[in-house]
Design a protein around this ligand. Structure first.
Ligand SMILES: [Zn+2]
Length: 386
């Protein structure tokens, strides 16, 4: 009770004139309401209606695929109701955000993502899919396509699907196989100054090595597309082949030291000039057995076809393949077993059958040709100019 005097004192000082006037106004309103009860009822009704109206009225903005379709004021309660009210036709697979059953708020935004059709090819399986989801990987996941870590999507780099898109899933798998294979050996070449140029000999035969390779095999939709060696283990080292090539170009025969270009190991045959005096058999056309119709007694180079002595001043005449021994070359032919010494010779002739490593020795008489036969392994030096 101790505060009352202060309040009284305050009232006495008229410190709250507004409160006093409110009180007065309240009193007046109360008096009015008492005398006019219907007015009070309607006033309350109007206030209540305004409040209900404000509460029930929603402003809704509708978007389709990110583009504003309309903004409307509505008393609909849910998303579903406004879709029906506005007669918006949607495909069952169109996506509505928020969901159709959601309650509207005073300012609502409704987004519709329109469904579209895509074709998904997964291996041999073709699926026609209607979906509102554009991100490709999300779309595939929603439709139950599980992608392995290696699997690819084609077209490459396609992030967003579109109506009519063809999306291919490439199933990529890797497996490993091991394979043993030979390792090739190298050929080591050595020069031997003791061996005549043109000759060679194998000092050591080569032997391939053995390796085991781990191969990664990549398949796409079951078809092998790549095979790559990922590691290799050498099980056996290859043994290199060693070959010696002759480097000697000096020949000493019959008291002469000569330089030669190279030595050839040839197959030798013989022939006679085919002239009447040679005793060479003729056929019914008059063609000689040894020289055919070229039996005029001269060589291809225009020299008189004579056997020669095998000396430097009177070399033997031989027919050669000019691609192997140039015509006019001076040769030294080593003795032939069963025949004997041959000696110096000059390439003066050619022959239809004399191709490659063949040499044809001219004899004056066919009887010598008949005895000569065919000799292999005849060493022929191509001499440098003496
Ligand atoms: Zn003959």
């Amino acid at each position: 009770m101790g505060t009352l005097p202060i309040l009284r004192a305050g009232r006495g000082l008229n410190l709250l004139p507004a409160k006093k006037s409110f009180q007065e106004l309240g009193g007046k309103v109360a008096a009015f309401c008492k005398s006019h009860p219907l007015a009070l009822f309607y006033s309350c009704l109007i206030i209540l209606s305004v409040l209900v109206y404000q509460y029930a009225r929603h402003t809704v903005t509708f978007y389709v695929d990110g583009e504003e379709l309309f903004t409307a004021h509505t008393f609909c309660r849910t998303v579903e109701e406004i879709i029906e009210e506005k007669g918006i036709q949607l495909h069952p697979r169109d996506r509505v955000i928020p969901e159709r059953g959601s309650l509207l708020t005073q300012h609502s935004r409704i987004d519709v993502q329109k469904a579209f059709e895509v074709i998904v090819v997964d291996g041999n399986k073709l699926s026609f899919i209607i979906t509102p989801t554009k991100p490709v990987r999300e779309l595939l996941a929603e439709e139950g396509f599980e992608l392995g870590p290696q699997d690819r999507i084609e077209p490459e780099g396609l992030e967003e699907a579109y109506d009519g898109a063809l999306i291919e899933i490439i199933r990529v798998q890797k497996h490993y196989v091991s394979n043993r294979s030979a390792v090739l050996y190298d050929e080591i070449v050595k020069k031997n100054p003791q061996l005549d140029r043109g000759l060679s000999r194998v000092i050591r035969e080569g032997r391939p090595g053995l390796q085991e390779e781990l191969i990664e095999v990549t398949t796409e939709n079951g078809v092998e597309v790549k095979r790559e060696v990922v590691s290799s283990l050498l099980l056996e080292k290859p043994l290199d082949k060693i070959v010696e090539y002759g480097d000697n170009t000096t020949l000493e025969r019959e008291g002469r030291v000569m330089e030669f270009d190279r030595v050839l190991t040839m197959t030798a045959t013989s022939y006679c000039p085919g002239t009447p005096g040679s005793g060479c058999p003729l056929d019914h056309n008059g063609h000689a057995f040894c020289t055919g119709r070229y039996n005029n007694g001269y060589t291809y180079t225009g020299k008189k076809a004579v056997q020669g002595l095998g000396t430097l001043s009177s070399p033997r005449m031989v027919a050669v393949d000019p691609r192997v021994i140039p015509l006019g070359s001076l040769l030294y032919i080593e003795p032939i077993p069963g025949i004997g010494k041959i000696g110096f010779a000059r390439a003066e002739d050619i022959g239809g059958a004399i191709k490659g490593n063949r040499i044809d020795l001219l004899y004056d008489y066919h009887s010598d040709v008949a005895k000569f036969g065919l000799k292999r392994g005849v060493k022929v030096y191509i001499l440098k100019k003496i």
